[in-house]
Design a protein around this ligand. Structure first.
Ligand code: SAM
Length: 281
């Protein structure tokens, strides 16, 4: 059988995080491994054509959501969380950027088996060491039991656990999103989750519909069609039903206020297609 290779959207967002490292000052999201983890031909392409056919606005939301997840993880760690589950990890490099105080954090990278196998080869080819605290968990959210796989990988379900689920909900069906959140909501109190989601096309104004359609076409052409959108109230209700409380849901203005204030360049979130939230257990 032919190797299906890595997720094209995972490569696409990773290339933009890398471009952020050398194009944007000050950086919203510091990732010294962002360029090194890219396959060399993509890294060269990103260096030559940093816009990569996508507007600045997309880079802003991508770096903001990664920063948001790691900021919220820091808070969860202060509450005693020692398990970090990165759902649909793609080329996320958190686990390989060890910092002082990260010692006792166990990181579970969950991803589609094809993307994860590719990433493991890429880490090796790039000479990026994999710490013992990293657990690879190949899972297709649509067909496998996340809870079972994480338990096999050593996750303590009764202990506080923080989840990041960035750039994934839009590619999944509603039942698999609900199942995943039910599992996350069944882990120990003190943990939490950060995720992002897209709003329904019909709820958007004309400018945002154009952006939504461009994104929908770009991802569909790469075999990863958009499947699910939410309004804030809907995803909030799913989270509360799964056991989460105190949902903080951020749109353009709140994200810009938090991460893009007082910049002299044009890097900021525009439009209302994407939102991100954090919820606590
Ligand atoms: C846009 S990428 C985001 C990657 C990463 N979270 C980031 O922000 O860089 C989407 C990720 O979702 C994963 N994914 C999509 N559908 C999946 C599924 N059914 N099961 C498991 N992972 C899936 C892909 O493999 C890919 O890593």
């Amino acid at each position: 059988m032919q190797d299906p290779g890595p997720s094209a959207t995972a490569l696409g967002v990773a290339a933009r995080r890398a471009a952020h490292q050398w194009l944007d000052h000050p950086r919203v999201f510091e990732d010294p491994l962002a360029l090194r983890i890219l396959p060399p031909e993509l890294a060269a392409h990103a260096r030559r054509t940093p816009w990569m056919g996508m507007p600045l606005v997309l880079r802003a939301i991508l770096v903001a959501r990664s920063r948001f997840a790691e900021d919220e993880l820091t808070r969860a760690r202060a509450r005693g969380t020692r398990q970090y589950v990165i759902l649909g990890a793609g080329l996320d490099t958190f686990a390989y950027r060890r910092r002082p105080g990260d010692g006792d954090l166990q990181v579970f990278e969950v991803d589609h088996p094809a993307t994860q196998a590719w990433k493991r080869r890429r880490l090796s080819d790039a000479g990026i060491p994999v710490p013992d605290s990293v657990h690879f968990v190949p899972v297709d959210f649509e067909t496998a039991s996340l809870g079972e796989r994480l338990a096999q990988a050593g996750l303590d379900r009764g202990a506080p656990t923080f989840f990041a689920w960035l750039g994934v909900t839009m590619y999944l069906t509603r039942p698999s999103i609900a199942r995943t959140l039910e599992f996350a909501g069944s882990t120990g109190s003190g943990g939490g989750i950060v995720l992002d989601y897209l709003r329904p096309r019909a709820a958007l104004d004309l400018g945002d519909r154009i952006g939504f359609d461009l994104l929908a076409r770009w991802v569909a052409q790469r075999g990863e069609p958009l499947r699910t959108t939410f309004e804030a109230e809907e995803i909030g209700a799913v989270l509360r039903g799964a056991g989460f409380g105190s949902v903080v849901d951020l749109g353009r203005d709140e994200i810009n206020e938090r991460y893009f204030r007082d910049r002299s360049d044009r890097l900021r979130v525009r439009g209302s297609v994407a939102r991100m939230l954090s919820a606590r257990l």
